[in-house]
Design a protein around this ligand. Structure first.
Ligand SMILES: [Zn+2]
Length: 195
């Protein structure tokens, strides 16, 4: 029978002083614990602070962030996903992708497809990897329909659609704002590696 060990690895007074910020670590209670079996569970045992703050993990460090900022960021991420889905659902985008599949299908040899994709910065791996992994134009598109790829495809096909490009760039800008990491309030409170 196996049980779980729970150890409080961090405990400190919360911001308002009414409760505590706690980080608990749990792991199976036997001698052969693998690091992947360890789990960290941050908690805020204060109803005031729990409304305002959240403890999150980043690069093995735990820190406190504002819940509001976290929510705002999630909101932007949802918007990015929505806008991207909508974009790939547009008739003109579907046409572009079909045109590109047609273009690739018209090449006689695999090597020509490889050279074409490389020329337009749509393929960066080695020729041997390409030969090993290439299945069909349709399959390739399925695995490579990203905003960045779409932009390059538009360019490769010499299509002028400023409005669409603008739309893609707007989403890219939103993405850039979420890629910066959220600031911890003060120093990280706990480093997993100190254990
Ligand atoms: Zn508090």
């Amino acid at each position: 029978m196996s049980t779980t060990d729970r150890i409080i690895v961090f405990e400190d007074e919360c911001k308002c002083g009414e409760g505590k910020f706690i980080i608990e670590r749990s792991e199976p209670d036997h001698a052969w614990v693998r690091p992947s079996q360890r789990k960290w569970n941050p908690k805020i045992s204060c109803s005031n602070c729990n409304k305002k703050y959240q403890i999150i993990e980043r690069n093995n460090r735990f820190g406190i962030v504002l819940k509001e900022e976290l929510k705002e960021r999630q909101g932007i991420k949802d918007e990015i996903k929505n806008n991207t889905d909508k974009l790939f659902d547009r008739e003109d985008v579907k046409n572009i992708i079909n045109k590109f599949i047609c273009k690739l299908s018209n090449f006689k040899n695999k090597i020509d497809i490889y050279r074409y994709l490389q020329k337009h910065h749509l393929y960066t791996n080695s020729k041997s990897t390409f030969y090993k992994t290439w299945e069909s134009p349709k399959k390739w598109i399925e695995h490579n329909v990203f905003l960045l790829t779409l932009k390059k495809i538009i360019k490769a096909l010499n299509i002028s659609n400023d409005e669409l490009i603008q739309e893609i760039e707007d989403i890219e800008k939103m993405k850039a704002t979420t890629s910066k990491s959220l600031c911890f309030i003060g120093e990280p409170i706990y480093n997993k590696n100190t254990y």
